[in-house]
Design a protein around this ligand. Sequence first.
Ligand SMILES: Nc1nc2c(ncn2[C@@H]2O[C@H](COP(=O)(O)OP(=O)(O)OP(=O)(O)O)[C@@H](O)[C@H]2O)c(=O)[nH]1
Ligand SMILES: [Mg+2]
Length: 216
Amino acid sequence: MQIQFNIAEEPDAQTAEKGRLLFAGETEFVKGVVAMDGLPPADRLEVCFAGRSNVGKSTLINALTGMKALARASNTPGRTQEINYFTAGDDHYLVDLPGYGYANAPLPVVEKWQRLLKQYLSGRQTLRRAFVLIDARHGVKKVDDEIMSLLDSSAVTFQCVLTKADKVKEAERAKILDQVRAALAKHPAAYPEIVVTSSEKGWGIPTLRAIISTLT
Ligand SMILES: Nc1nc2c(ncn2[C@@H]2O[C@H](COP(=O)(O)OP(=O)(O)OP(=O)(O)O)[C@@H](O)[C@H]2O)c(=O)[nH]1
Ligand SMILES: [Mg+2]
């Protein structure tokens, strides 16, 4: 059977409201983590945002929470170098991961992040879903594919989020989506729905809020 990988539809009014409420609550920065033993207690559900450097992870967390400067977002790739924990309400953690695939950082630094990233993605019991962010201009690259394989082998369900959709024209987006679908089809841990977003324009943000709020 061929999996379809449709674009996630807008939530119904009730689910949208649930998502809105989750993110209307208090959001706080908890801590930045540099080693597994620094993770906060696994006492609530968490979702993480993974993706190449500069794909828009921190900006997406800011858009979700409506707090512009919460997760640091910048033009400098490789800015988020720690696993950053934020709360959404009382029973969710949002986790901003260091970007992968940033070639210009010193090798030992890159290797240290990659190791931490892998340990986290494969060893966090309360991680309910990993959102793997893909730039709508670039599609799935080799490093993305490697992270997806790691998630397959860790049995962590991941959902693809297309970012910066405002930067591509309709025809280009359709082409990239086809490439993304073909890549996802090879990964058993891929959730069969893609969320198309623009943090800049607010596209897909209520949908993503609703998705997170319905995880159990
Ligand atoms: N046009 C547009 N720009 C965006 C969007 N999302 C992020 N950006 C820009 O992309 C750049 C990188 O965004 P970040 O959120 O810092 O990316 P990141 O994935 O957190 O990067 P690292 O922390 O380095 O891994 C910033 O200049 C953002 O303003 C979007 O939806 N549309
Ligand atoms: Mg970041």
